[in-house]
Design a protein around this ligand. Structure first.
Ligand code: ZN
Length: 323
């Protein structure tokens, strides 16, 4: 963990004081440290005795699109990005899978873009950063999948037609609801055209890994120390994960909210990437409220690297304070 100095903190709202009061063992990462972590491509921190390594998998510089957020204009989106100190030229959507060590095995939560199989030209750096963190792919014993969007599952396998398993010793745990939805042969024609390719790829990949894939239910421990949380809406089986060690907690939000500058600040903004936007919003508010009430740390897959911090109430929305 890093030592902190007051001037390292960039906290713009009253939320800061609230967050500061939560847990004085939290060390905040200053700007200089965040840049160093970004250059290294991984960042290690502890939640009690659980070791978490955030692995940077690059960024999708998403072009502005008036259809991205329902009832929100591109100008409003740009204003929210600017208010958070981000570029307004595009929407920056980073990818950060987490490697977790709870006692023995290495557990990888989501697998990234698969070397840029999806996510644009600046995505696909996770394997390089896994190596930089000193972990070989064969050392990973367990993979947990939050949902079947391509930026979360593409890292399981190399591109077609090679289709080689990337983590040869890993057992793969997937949410039952999500698995059933995407692997139903009838789903393809029910989906809108842009989502069909994903369903086809899912139905190509998973049979090839059949003996390694296990389904899990919500509200149970998937592996010791990690429970699955129902976070449906973004996809039908979208899942968050709860990790705890002693009194310390981490909620891995997965895609419960996309980038915080837009959707933590404005939890009612409904992104086109959420399959069932009203249900996704309900899950988002429920989990952010839980993070506040439980004083839990959160990790967000599309949060700015190292994609971890805390949530506080802030007006009608919430504030994310990076750790
Ligand atoms: Zn995602």
């Amino acid at each position: 963990m890093y030592e902190i100095t007051r001037r390292d903190l960039i906290l713009s709202s009253a939320a800061a004081g609230v967050v500061f009061g939560l847990n004085n063992r939290v060390a905040f990462l200053g700007v200089a440290h965040a840049q160093t972590a970004m250059e290294r491509g991984f960042h290690r921190y502890n939640v009690g005795s659980i070791e978490v390594t955030a692995l940077y998998d690059g960024v999708w510089e998403k072009a502005h699109d008036p259809g991205f957020i329902k009832d929100v204009t591109v100008d409003q989106t740009k204003a929210a990005l600017a208010a958070a100190g981000l570029s307004t030229d595009f929407v920056p959507v980073p990818f950060t899978p987490n490697l977790v060590k709870v006692g023995g095995p290495f557990v990888l939560i989501d697998t990234g873009t698969g070397g840029g199989q999806t996510g644009g030209p600046k995505a696909g750096t996770m394997m390089k950063h896994l190596a930089a963190a000193g972990v070989e792919p064969r050392a990973i014993n367990v993979i947990l999948i939050s949902h079947f969007h391509p930026d979360h599952i593409s890292g399981l396998m190399t591109r077609a037609p090679e289709n080689k398993v990337v983590f040869p010793n890993a057992e793969i745990y997937v949410p039952t609801v999500e698995y059933r939805f995407w692997t139903d042969p009838a789903v393809i024609e029910k989906l809108a055209e842009p989502r069909r390719a994903l369903a086809r790829r899912t139905q190509e990949m998973f049979p090839l890994m059949k003996e390694k894939v296990h389904q899990f239910e919500w509200d149970r421990e998937v592996v010791p120390g990690i429970r699955a949380i129902d976070a449906r809406g973004h996809t039908p089986g979208h899942t968050a994960f709860h990790l705890s060690s002693g009194t310390d907690q981490l909620i891995v939000l997965s895609d419960t909210t996309n980038i915080p500058a837009l959707f933590v600040k404005n939890p009612g903004w409904r992104a086109a990437v959420d399959q069932d936007a009203p249900v996704a919003e309900a899950s988002r508010r429920k989990l952010l409220d839980r993070a506040v009430a439980d004083k839990a740390m959160v990790a967000g897959y599309h949060f700015p690297f190292p994609a971890a911090g805390r949530i506080a109430k802030d007006g009608n929305g919430y504030a994310f304070v990076a750790v």
